[in-house]
Design a protein around this ligand. Structure first.
Ligand code: MIG
Length: 802
C-alpha cells in the first residue's frame, strides 16, 4: 500500500510545478505609450507590453529581467497587423488602465497585477492571482537543458468559485477542464485512455466561462507547457512553460462564438477542404496489394454502402521510403487511382516525416537530395539527427527552413502525378522509437528564423510546419484544387493547413465515450475538422461497439473507419448483415445531410464556430450544459445523444429550452428538461431544433455522383410556427469560393392562416449550381406534411405550403 502511494506521489510530482516558488516580476517604475501599445518598465528591469489589437483582443507580453526583444515571431499567428482600435490610457499613482470599447485592462503597479473587466458593465472577467513570474533561481525541474530556452515562465489567475474551463485542444479528458491540469508536449501515445496526458497535439488556448460570461486566453508558447485549472490549488488557474516568453492573448466575449471568431482571425481560419472530404472514408493498416484495395471498394459498392475515400497506410511504400511505391504491391499506382476514380473513390496516402537513411544506400532521391541541400535536422554537435522510425534509421526535415518546406511540398508531385487525392501526416509529434518522450531530441537544432533553437522549442511546432509544407506544396502543384491534408500532431494554427484525427484509440466503450468531449473541445480550440477511427484502432471490438461508434462518427466532420495492423477486421460488413444494415442506414443519412453538413462547415470556415459542438456553445446561458459531454450538436440544429455503453437501449437526454422534434418519430418535445428515450441498437437518439430548416440532398454513393438537381428542405417550426435556415454551395473542389464563387440562399418560413409561407432569399455569390428545384415540407404533428416544390431561379420569392 505504502509503495503504491509512493508511486502516485512520484508520478504527480513530475507534472506538478509549484509556481509559488517562482520570482515575481518587479513593480512598475515607468510607463511608455505608443500608438497601439503600453510598455511597463519594471524595477527588476523586466518589461511588460500590452498591445491593443482589437477592442476585444489584448496581447500581454513580458520579458523577465530584460527588455522585450525586438524579434517577435510565432508560427501560429496568421494575422500580425491589426489596425489600432480606439483606446485610451489612464494613469493614477496606483494603477494604469487601458480602455477600449469592450475591455478595461487595469494594471496595479505594485505588485504588478493585471485585471480584465468588461468596459461596459465593469464586471471583472479575469484577474492575476499573483504577478507573472519566472524561475530566476532554477527551482523547477525542467527536462530541457537548453541554455537558450530561458527559464520557466508562468501567469496565474484567480480561480472563480463557479468558473468552467473549455478548449485546450486535443486532451483525453472531459469537456469541462475545471480541477484538472495538463501538459503540452506532442507525444505518440497509442492506446491512450481518459487522463493520458499529454497526447498528440498542443493547442495552448482555453476559454473560461463564469455565470454565462466567457473570455479566452491563448498562451502562444511552444515550449513544454502546463495548464492547471484549479487542480494544485483551489485559489488559482495558472499556465506556464519551460522556456520562451510569457506571451498571451486575452479575448473578450461575452459569447464563446465571438471568441472563436477572433481566435480564427488571429491564428487562421480553416480553409474549406474538398467536399468529398465529408464523404465516408475507409482505412486499414494496411490494405495491400492493389487488388485488395479494389476489393474493399467493390465490397462497398456491392453492398450499397457509400464511400468516397480509401487510405493507403505505410505498407504501400518500398521499405517505408516516403515518396515511393512498393513495385510488387502497387506496380501501377496511376492505374489503380484511375480505376477507383471511375467508381467515385479517391485515394489518400500516408506520409511520415522519417526519411529512410541507410548508410550504404545510394539512389533514394528523397534522402540524397535532402542531404545535399542540407535540409535535415542535426544535433548541436553537427551530426545528422538519426531517429528510428518505421523505415529504421531515418532523418527529419528541418521544416523551419522555408526552402526545405518548399522542397518537401514539391516532392508531393510524386503523389499528385499518381492521382493521389490527399496526404495523411502521421508520426509527426515527431515520434521516435528510440525514446518516445522526446528526450532523444533535446539537442536537435532547427534553423528557426536564424535563432538555431532546439527541439525544446520546436518539437511542438514540427507537425504544424510539416502540414504547412504539405498544404502549400499541394496548392502549388494543383492550384485549382483544395488541398486535403490530415494530421495527427499539431500546434495552434494547424487549421490553416490540415484536418485531424485523434490517433490510436482503443476499440473500447471508454474510448468511444471520449470521442464527444474530444471533438467538442477541439472545436472550441479552433480545430473544426475532427474525427476518430470509427470502431476504435486498437483491439478486437464487436458489432455492437462498431454500430454505436458509427452513431457518433457519422456526423463528425471526419468520418473514417480505421484499424491497426493486427486488429480484427472491422469494415462495416465484418460482423454480419444485422450490423451492416444499421451502419448503412447511418452512412446514408450522412450523405442525405451533406448539404446541411457542408453549410455548417462553411460557417466554421467563415466564423470559426465549429460544426461538432458541445451544447454549451449554443446554450451558453444554460448551466445544465456546462458539464454535459455525452451529447453533442451539429451546427445550431441537430442534437445527438448516442448510446456509449454496451447493452444499453434507453437513455436520458437533456433538451435545452425550446421546441424539439425527435428526428426518427417526429414526436415533439418542449425542452428545458430531461427526457428518457428508447435507443435500440439501430437508433441513435437525434433531435431537430424547432425553428430549423434542414437542407437534404439526394441519395449518393459518393460526392458528385449525380447533380444536386433537387434539394429538399424539411421545416421544423418553433413554438411561434417560424423557422429559418441557410444553404451554402460551391463547386466543392476549387478555391474559387474564396473569390465569391459560392451560392448562399437563406430561407425563412412562418405559419399563416392558410398553412406556411416560405420566403426564399435572393441568392448571394456568383456560383451557378445549374437548373434545379427546391422541395419544401413541414414537419408537424409527428409527420412530414405534403411537399411543395419550386424552381430555384436565384431570386427572392415566396412559396405557399398547405
Ligand atoms: O506506429 O502507419 O496513428 O493510424 O495506422 C504506428 C501505421 C504508426 C499510427 C497511426 C495509425 C497508423 C499507424 N501509425
Amino acid at each position: 500500500m505504502k509503495r503504491f502511494f509512493l508511486i502516485i506521489a512520484f508520478l504527480t510530482s513530475v507534472n506538478a510545478q509549484d509556481i509559488t516558488t517562482l520570482e515575481p516580476i518587479g513593480t512598475v517604475v515607468r510607463v511608455e505609450k505608443t500608438e497601439q501599445s503600453v510598455t511597463l518598465h519594471c524595477r527588476d528591469n523586466s518589461q511588460v507590453r500590452l498591445t491593443i489589437l482589437a477592442p476585444d483582443l489584448i496581447r500581454v507580453r513580458a520579458a523577465f529581467g530584460k527588455s522585450i526583444p525586438t524579434k517577435d515571431h510565432s508560427w501560429a499567428i496568421a494575422k500580425e497587423n491589426w489596425p489600432a482600435p480606439r483606446w485610451n490610457l489612464n494613469e493614477t499613482p496606483d494603477s494604469i488602465t487601458i480602455t477600449t470599447d469592450e475591455l478595461e485592462v487595469a494594471v496595479r503597479r505594485s505588485p504588478l497585477l493585471v485585471e480584465f473587466r468588461d468596459a461596459r458593465t465593469h464586471q471583472l472577467l479575469n484577474a492575476d492571482e499573483r504577478p507573472m513570474s519566472y524561475d530566476a533561481h532554477g527551482r523547477l525541474a525542467s527536462m530541457m537543458f537548453d541554455p537558450k530556452a530561458g527559464t520557466f515562465v508562468a501567469a496565474s489567475k484567480k480561480l472563480g468559485f463557479d468558473e468552467h474551463f473549455y478548449g485546450l485542444g486535443e486532451k483525453a479528458a472531459r469537456l469541462d477542464k475545471r480541477r484538472s491540469s495538463f501538459v503540452n508536449w506532442n507525444s505518440d501515445t497509442p492506446g491512450y485512455t481518459d487522463k493520458t496526458d499529454p497526447i498528440y497535439q498542443t493547442i495552448p488556448f482555453y476559454i473560461g466561462l463564469q455565470r454565462g460570461i466567457a473570455y479566452g486566453i491563448f498562451f502562444d508558447n511552444s515550449y513544454r507547457s502546463y495548464f492547471d485549472f484549479g487542480k494544485s490549488s483551489q485559489q488559482r488557474a495558472w499556465f506556464g512553460a519551460e522556456g520562451g516568453e510569457m506571451n498571451y492573448y486575452f479575448f473578450h466575449g461575452p459569447s464563446i462564438k465571438k471568441i472563436l471568431g477572433r481566435y480564427a482571425d488571429l491564428t487562421g481560419h480553416m480553409q474549406l477542404p474538398p467536399l468529398w472530404a465529408l464523404g465516408n472514408q475507409q482505412s486499414r493498416w494496411s490494405y495491400y496489394p492493389d487488388t485488395m484495395v479494389e476489393e474493399v471498394v467493390s465490397e462497398y459498392r456491392k453492398r450499397d454502402l457509400p464511400l468516397d475515400v480509401v487510405y493507403l497506410d505505410i505498407d504501400y511504400m518500398n521499405g517505408y521510403r516516403v515518396f515511393t511505391f512498393d513495385k510488387t504491391r502497387f506496380p501501377d499506382p496511376k492505374g489503380l487511382t484511375d480505376k477507383l476514380a471511375r467508381q467515385g473513390v479517391k485515394v489518400v496516402t500516408i506520409v511520415d516525416p522519417g526519411v529512410k537513411h541507410q548508410p550504404n544506400e545510394k539512389g533514394y532521391h528523397a534522402f540524397d537530395d535532402g542531404l545535399e541541400k542540407n535540409f535535415f535536422q542535426r544535433r548541436r554537435n553537427g551530426d545528422l539527427f538519426v531517429p528510428r522510425v518505421w523505415p529504421g534509421d531515418s532523418v527529419f526535415v528541418d521544416f523551419t527552413l522555408p526552402d526545405a518546406r518548399r522542397w518537401w511540398g514539391d516532392l508531393h508531385r510524386f503523389y499528385t502525378d499518381n492521382g493521389i487525392a490527399g496526404i495523411w501526416n502521421d508520426m509527426n509529434e515527431p515520434s521516435d522509437f528510440v525514446d518516445q518522450t522526446g528526450k532523444n531530441q533535446l539537442d536537435v537544432v532547427s534553423y528557426d528564423e536564424g535563432e538555431k533553437s532546439t527541439h525544446a522549442k520546436n518539437r511542438n511546432t514540427f507537425a504544424l510546419l510539416m502540414a504547412r509544407a504539405t498544404y502549400e506544396g499541394l496548392e502549388r502543384l494543383q492550384p485549382d484544387r483544395r488541398p486535403y491534408v490530415i494530421t495527427r500532431a499539431a500546434y495552434a494554427g494547424i487549421q490553416r493547413y490540415s484536418t485531424m484525427w485523434t490517433g490510436d484509440t482503443n476499440s473500447t466503450w471508454e474510448a468511444l465515450a471520449l470521442n464527444i468531449p474530444m471533438f467538442t473541445s477541439l472545436g472550441l480550440s479552433g480545430e473544426p475538422f475532427v474525427g476518430s477511427d470509427i470502431g476504435g484502432f486498437i483491439g478486437r471490438g464487436n458489432g455492437e461497439l462498431l454500430v454505436r461508434s458509427y452513431q457518433v462518427g457519422f456526423l463528425a466532420p471526419f468520418c473514417r473507419n480505421h484499424k491497426q495492423i493486427d486488429g480484427y477486421d472491422q469494415e462495416p460488413w465484418r460482423f454480419g448483415k444485422y450490423y451492416e444494415d444499421i451502419i448503412r442506414k447511418y452512412l446514408k443519412l450522412r450523405y442525405a445531410l451533406l448539404p446541411f453538413l457542408y453549410t455548417t462547415l462553411e460557417e466554421a470556415h467563415r466564423t470559426g464556430v465549429p460544426l461538432f459542438r458541445p451544447l454549451l456553445l449554443n446554450y451558453q446561458n444554460d448551466p445544465n450544459t456546462y458539464n454535459l459531454d455525452d451529447q453533442f450538436m451539429i451546427g445550431d440544429d441537430l442534437l445527438l445523444a448516442p448510446i456509449l455503453k454496451p447493452d444499453v437501449t434507453r437513455r436520458l437526454v437533456y433538451l435545452p429550452a425550446g421546441v424539439w422534434y425527435d428526428y426518427w418519430t417526429g414526436k415533439q418535445y418542449t425542452g428545458g428538461t430531461m427526457i428518457s428515450v428508447d435507443a435500440p441498437l439501430d437508433v441513435a437518439p437525434m433531435f431537430v431544433r424547432g425553428g430549423a430548416i434542414i437542407p437534404v440532398g439526394p441519395m449518393l454513393n459518393y460526392v458528385g455522383e449525380k447533380p444536386s438537381d433537387t434539394i429538399g428542405f424539411v421545416i421544423y417550426p418553433d413554438e411561434a410556427g417560424a423557422a429559418s435556415g441557410d444553404l451554402y454551395e460551391d463547386d466543392g473542389v476549387s478555391p474559387a469560393y474564396k473569390s465569391g464563387a459560392f451560392r448562399r440562399t437563406s430561407f425563412s418560413s412562418r405559419r399563416t392562416a392558410r398553412g406556411f409561407t416560405v420566403s426564399i432569399g435572393a441568392a448571394q455569390g456568383t456560383y451557378n449550381p445549374g437548373p434545379r428545384k427546391f422541395n419544401f415540407a413541414v414537419k408537424a404533428a409527428g409527420r412530414t406534411g405534403r411537399g411543395v416544390s419550386a424552381v430555384d431561379n436565384g431570386k427572392s420569392r415566396e412559396v405557399q405550403l398547405k
